[in-house]
Design a protein. Sequence first.
Length: 144
Amino acid sequence: MTTVTMDDLIAGLNDDLAGEYNAIISYLQYSAKVNGPYRPQLVEFLQGEIPDEQGHAQYLADKIASLGGEPTVEPRPVKTSDNTRQMLEFIYEAEADTVRNYQQRIEQAEALGETGLKIQLEDMLNDETTHRDEVKKILDGWDR
């Protein structure tokens, strides 16, 4: 097993922060563009996710700074579409990636003795797992 450094952790947290920025922008963009018979429900769902993502982003930025790093200001690239199902697929992929990334970050935090960070990341992982699973349920019931 390779040794995890604080620089590794900070770099990973910055990647996670870029992902949270991406999520905020994606949810805003998609809530404006969704169409079809479930538009009102999807707008409510998408906009309802934004506060969680903002809270995650703020925590990550604060933690990166407290660990001596510089919080990124760049989001991951945002995928766009005019197709509502494809937007949901993009969200599902991003949430699944976030779940995997937070699992890795939890291991890194634990290896470095950052117990508070580990616990907070576990809470965030729970949020992201719920987001992923809800989008999966929507997609499972969606006609192509």
